[in-house]
Design a protein around this ligand. Structure first.
Ligand SMILES: Cc1ncc(C[n+]2csc(CCOP(=O)(O)OP(=O)(O)O)c2C)c(N)n1
Ligand SMILES: [Mg+2]
Length: 364
C-alpha cells in the first residue's frame, strides 16, 4: 500500500546529456526500438490526421496525444495478448501495439468503410475486441468501470489475465473514479489504472481540480500508487509490467500516475491560449520521442532510417485510406447488436514486448 516514486533515472537529463542509461529491466535493444517506432507512428498518424481534418476530410473534431506518446506506448507494451485494454482519446500507440494498422486508423478518422467501426463512428471512439482493445465510450471516466468489471469477470472465472485503463486527471474528480477504485480495492481485482496527468482537463489546470495529488488516494482504497515520468516510455513499461504482475498474482490493483503534458489544445479547435507559453516550452524539452531517440542514437541505432520508414508507412496508409470507399447506407444497422454470443478469446498483441520480457526471466 505504498505510494512510491518510480521516476526514470534520466528524468531530469537535459537534452544534451547522455540519456541511454536507466532501465536495467527487461527491455532488449529491439524492444527499445519498437517503443520508438510505436511513438513515431502515433505522432505521424495524428499529424497526418490533423492535416486531413483541416482539409475537411475528418468529420467532427480531432483529438491527439502529441507529447504523451510514451504513456500509451510504454504501458501497452507491458500487457499480454490475453489482457484487455480500455484505450482513451490520447492513447493511439496502444492500438498500434495491439496490431491495429495505420490504414484502419486513418480510415476510421475519415469515416470510411475500412475503418475499425466501418464508418459507424468517427474519430477516437473505437476498439477492436479481437485485439483486446475495448472501444471507449465518451462519458469520462466510465472506462474505469468497464475495466473494473472485466477484472471482476477474470477473477470470478479464475483467469490469469488483467485489465488496464487509461484516464485523465479530469476524471479523478468524478464519482465513477471513486466507484471503480473502491470496488477494485475491495475485491483486489487484476486491474491497472493509468492516470494520464497531462496538467489540464480541457482548460482547467491541476490546482483547480484537486487539493492532493490523486496518486495519494490509492492508499485510501487499499492499494499501491506509483508516480512515473510519463514522458519516458521505458519507465512506463517497467512500472506497468510490475503492476500487471501484482494484478495477476492476486495482489490487487495499482494506480500509476503518468506525469506528462498535453502539448496541443484539448481538440483541433482549441488554441490553448489559457496555457502559459513557458509551461509548454519547459515540457517541449522533455519530449518523449526525442528522449527515446537520444537513447537509441547513443546505441548507434539508425534513427533517421527508422523515421523515414515510418513516414513512408504513413504515406502509403493515407493514400490507401483516402482511396477507400465510404460505407454503404444499406448495412448501417449491421453489427449494432450482437446476433450470437462471442466468447472472449485469447486476443492478439503482435507488437507487445510482454512475451519477450517473460522469456528473458522478467517478473512477467
Ligand atoms: C462525463 C463527461 N463530462 C464531460 C465530458 C467532455 N469532455 C471530454 S474530454 C474532457 C476533458 C477531460 O480531461 P482529462 O480527464 O484531464 O483528460 P485529457 O483530455 O486531458 O486527456 C471533457 C470535459 C465527457 N466526455 N464526459
Ligand atoms: Mg488532462
Amino acid at each position: 500500500m505504498a505510494t512510491e516514486t518510480a521516476q526514470s533515472a534520466d528524468s531530469t537529463t537535459p537534452a544534451n546529456e547522455p540519456a541511454h542509461t536507466a532501465h536495467p529491466g527487461h527491455l532488449q535493444l529491439e524492444d527499445r526500438i519498437w517503443l520508438l517506432r510505436a511513438m513515431l507512428l502515433m505522432r505521424g498518424i495524428e499529424e497526418r490526421a490533423m492535416s486531413l481534418y483541416r482539409q475537411g476530410k475528418v468529420p467532427g473534431s480531432f483529438y491527439d496525444g502529441y507529447g504523451q506518446e510514451a504513456v500509451s506506448a510504454g504501458a501497452a507494451f507491458a500487457m499480454a495478448p490475453e489482457d484487455r485494454l480500455c484505450i482513451l482519446h490520447r492513447d493511439l500507440a496502444a492500438h498500434l501495439i495491439r496490431g491495429v494498422t495505420p490504414v484502419r486508423i486513418l480510415s476510421q478518422y475519415m469515416g470510411r468503410a475500412a475503418g475499425i467501426t466501418r464508418g459507424r463512428d468517427g474519430n477516437v471512439h473505437f476498439g477492436d475486441r479481437r485485439l483486446g482493445c475495448v472501444g471507449m465510450v465518451s462519458m469520462l471516466p466510465d472506462m474505469m468501470l468497464v475495466a473494473t468489471g472485466m477484472a471482476m469477470a477474470f477473477k470470478l472465472r479464475g483467469e490469469r489475465r488483467c485489465a488496464l485503463t487509461w484516464f485523465g486527471d479530469g476524471s479523478t474528480s468524478r464519482g465513477d473514479f471513486h466507484e471503480a477504485m473502491n470496488w477494485a480495492g475491495v475485491q483486489k481485482l487484476p486491474v491497472v489504472f493509468v492516470l494520464e496527468n497531462n496538467q489540464y482537463a480541457y482548460s482547467t489546470p491541476l490546482d483547480k481540480q484537486f487539493a492532493v495529488d490523486p496518486v495519494e488516494r490509492a492508499a485510501a482504497y487499499g492499494f499501491t500508487g506509483v508516480t512515473v515520468d510519463g514522458n519516458d516510455a521505458e519507465a512506463m513499461f517497467e512500472a506497468t509490467l510490475a503492476a500487471r504482475q501484482r494484478a495477476v498474482d492476486g495482489d490487487g490493483p495499482t494506480l500509476i500516475e503518468a506525469v506528462t503534458m498535453r502539448m496541443h489544445g484539448h481538440a483541433a479547435h482549441d488554441d490553448m491560449k489559457y496555457v502559459p507559453k513557458e509551461q509548454v516550452e519547459e515540457w517541449r524539452r522533455r519530449d518523449p520521442v526525442e528522449r527515446q531517440e537520444r537513447r537509441l542514437r547513443e546505441l548507434d541505432v539508425d534513427v533517421d532510417a527508422l523515421r523515414a520508414a515510418v513516414t513512408a508507412e504513413i504515406d502509403a496508409a493515407a493514400t490507401e485510406a483516402l482511396a477507400g470507399p465510404m460505407p454503404s447506407g444499406d448495412d448501417v444497422l449491421d453489427g449494432v447488436f450482437a446476433t450470437e454470443a462471442e466468447p472472449l478469446g485469447d486476443g492478439q498483441a503482435p507488437w507487445s514486448g510482454y512475451a519477450k520480457a517473460a522469456a528473458t526471466g522478467g517478473d512477467a
